[in-house]
Design a protein around this ligand. Structure first.
Ligand SMILES: [Zn+2]
Length: 218
């Protein structure tokens, strides 16, 4: 998932996290992979469960984090880098309330200040959603596979999630807010569904047309 255009903290300075301050979440040798974009047919593939919790999985997860932070985004599914496995990485990267605000020249706009963000990398393997709430919430969503396009999507406001970690251990947790939305957005990718598939046909066509225009202008 891409950060919303209205949430400055999701558009941190590219390179801030990768500035070599010993902050890399895994090991050296990680690689930024190419992110598939619509209308790549691989984005419609249903991903398969992970069965082997081996070094190849660890490398995939490390590469997914590197790719997500570089984009920058707050969530990424393995199929978005062309691997049809049920693997997600998420880092909402909240602003660090205890840090002093810093001058920021990112986001392509005017210089402004905001607090540096904290890294909270999370991995979800073979995730499931349990008892989604009847109450819904609406977020302005974006997606690294549908660049520069944002639209409001309605989803259950709270969920319980069950998943496995990188070693195969099972976890369960109640989620709300942006975390609940982001996990549902990423889980859609495992079924070959994009956030624009939740829009009306007209809105989806308008979004895709806008993307086409932006690509031509680039
Ligand atoms: Zn997405």
């Amino acid at each position: 998932m891409a950060g919303g255009p209205d949430r400055r903290s999701f558009h941190p300075a590219k390179g801030r996290w990768l500035a070599g301050k010993g902050e890399r979440p895994y090991f050296a040798g990680m690689a930024i992979r190419e992110i598939l974009e619509v209308p790549d047919p691989r984005l419609k593939v249903v991903s398969k469960p992970v069965e082997k919790f081996d070094d190849a999985l660890k490398t995939l997860v490390a590469d997914m984090f590197e790719t997500m932070y570089d984009a920058p985004g707050i969530g990424l599914a393995a199929i978005q880098v062309g691997v049809p496995l049920r693997v997600l990485v998420i880092d909402l990267q909240p602003e660090d309330e205890e840090a002093e605000p810093e001058v920021c020249t990112a986001h392509g706009g005017e210089e402004h200040t905001h607090r540096p963000v904290r890294r909270e990398p999370r991995v979800f393997i073979n995730p499931e959603i349990l008892d989604p709430s009847e109450e819904h919430s609406i977020y302005n969503e974006g997606c690294l596979s549908v660049p520069e396009i944002y639209a409001e999507v309605e989803r259950p406001a709270t969920i319980r999630a069950r998943w496995q970690d990188i070693d195969g251990a099972v976890h369960e947790e109640a989620m709300e807010g942006l975390m609940a939305t982001c996990l549902q957005h990423e889980m859609d990718h495992l079924e070959g569904v994009l956030f624009i598939d939740h829009l009306s046909r007209l809105k989806r066509q308008m979004a895709l047309k806008k993307l086409e225009k932006l690509r031509k202008a680039a």
